[in-house]
Design a protein around this ligand. Structure first.
Ligand code: NIG
Ligand code: FE
Length: 409
């Protein structure tokens, strides 16, 4: 099946590089007045309209002046959860902090209780709705974490839901085991016993059922220490799981060094970052990931994007969609907020939300840019003057149509 798209006002994000680093992020290659050819769901050709091929196509779509860009690659989410935490949102408005709410047994433990009481089918339905929502907002590849189960049974339930989502939707999905998201209350002051449970009971079952691509740890004061994080990363490695680590959200305790030294694929959050953390990142291949919607929702600092990019590091942007710190999965808002609050240029933000997001999920061979042989996962905009208008005119939905694997959804 061949499909020709004509009259694209601007075809955006053309690159075959697997990741963009530092100054490379400033460039967003495009072709104005372009065509694109899709063959069996893959991009097979593109170029300027004056060179449009004259051959026969099974289908022709006139893009009528839309901008076309690669769909968003959201490399950090927790979209499998039960219910919501609207009450904690109101509690925070009334003066409590995120940390204070967690100390009272709210927070992640609150979500875990709800999830443990929810059936797998109900959890699937709630999560599928969120997945469909973000697909319509232009996300074409997504990472989804467990971590609201915190018992073997409930963690497996979450990961099985992610597996079902993988089977039933055209979006690319990577699954991450985040059993080390919080210490359950029955393990309070016995975190070593919980780590044993994660390593000796959960990990082998998850590996046997092939339920996870990565392992994650919430490395943070009051959650998991650097030593515990190292232990879990190493245990994950034994089962073939690379790590993606929650680190430096509230405090800088040395988690970045541990992650880089253990070959983590990414370190995510980084709202609080020390000069030595940046030096450490320069020594390894671990990708920093910023989550600006989380900073927005919790009113905490934004990841210092400019410092990271000036250090010639790559940077990816993701939503962190979850019930507690970021109840939003809108990558368009992430891109706008990165520009408005983190002073990223539109080019840098779009690169961070596409090709670098794909790299943070090891998907850059197939996703994240316009290149021959990559899947046709594309965003078609409504009539807008230029790509910079996307973050400039924040809060409006500029997406007209979304294509995944060559088909409009
Ligand atoms: O990435 N920081 C840890 N985990 C999530 C939030 C968890 C929650 O509050 O439910 C995050 O922000
Ligand atoms: Fe998170």
């Amino acid at each position: 099946m061949t499909h020709l798209i004509t009259n694209i006002k601007e075809l955006i994000g053309i690159t075959s590089k697997p990741i963009l680093i530092g100054d490379e992020m400033k460039l967003l290659p495009t072709i104005k007045d372009a065509f694109l050819v899709i063959e069996d769901g893959l991009i097979s050709d593109y170029g300027s309209m004056k060179d449009v091929p004259a051959s026969h196509f099974d289908k022709i779509t006139n893009a009528s002046g839309a901008l076309v860009l690669p769909s968003w690659c959201d490399s950090h989410t927790h979209i499998v959860y039960a219910g919501n935490r609207e009450q904690e949102f109101v509690d925070r408005i009334n003066g409590l902090s995120y940390e204070e709410i967690a100390k009272r047994g709210g927070g992640i433990l609150n979500s875990a209780k709800k999830l443990q009481e929810t059936s797998e089918d109900d959890l699937y339905e709630q999560s599928a709705k969120r997945l469909e929502e973000v697909m319509l907002l232009g996300t074409g590849a997504i990472e989804i974490k467990s971590g609201y189960g915190l018992t073997t049974e409930a963690e497996l339930k979450m990961l099985r839901v992610i597996k079902r989502l993988k089977q039933n939707y055209p979006i690319a999905i990577k699954a991450t085991f985040l059993g080390a998201h919080a210490i359950p209350s029955n393990f309070a002051k016995k975190s070593d016993k919980y780590i044993d449970l994660l390593i000796q009971e959960m990990l082998p079952q998850i590996a046997a059922e092939e339920l996870a691509d990565y392992i994650d740890v919430f490395c943070e004061t009051g959650y998991f220490t650097v030593d515990e994080t190292i232990k879990l990363m190493q245990a994950g490695k034994e089962f073939g799981l690379k790590s993606k680590i929650h680190v430096n959200q509230f405090t800088a305790i040395g988690g970045i060094r541990a992650a880089v030294e253990n070959g983590a694929l990414s370190v995510d959050h980084l709202e609080v970052i020390l000069p030595e953390d940046i030096e450490m990142l320069k020594k390894g291949a671990t990708i920093p990931v910023a989550l600006p919607s989380c900073s927005y929702f919790l009113s905490i600092p934004y990841t210092p994007a400019r410092e990271l990019m000036n250090a010639q590091l790559p940077l990816a942007l993701a939503t962190d969609y979850n019930p507690g710190s970021t109840p939003s999965g809108n990558m368009n808002f992430v891109v706008a907020t990165a520009c408005i609050k983190m002073k990223m240029t539109p080019e840098e933000a779009i690169n961070a939300a596409t090709i670098n997001g794909a790299a943070a999920m090891e998907l850059s061979q197939t996703h994240g840019s316009i290149a021959k042989g990559k899947v046709a996962n594309l965003i078609f905009t409504k009539p807008i003057p230029s790509y910079g208008f996307l973050p400039y005119s924040f809060g409006s939905n500029h997406i007209d149509k979304v294509m995944l694997l060559g088909k409009f959804i």
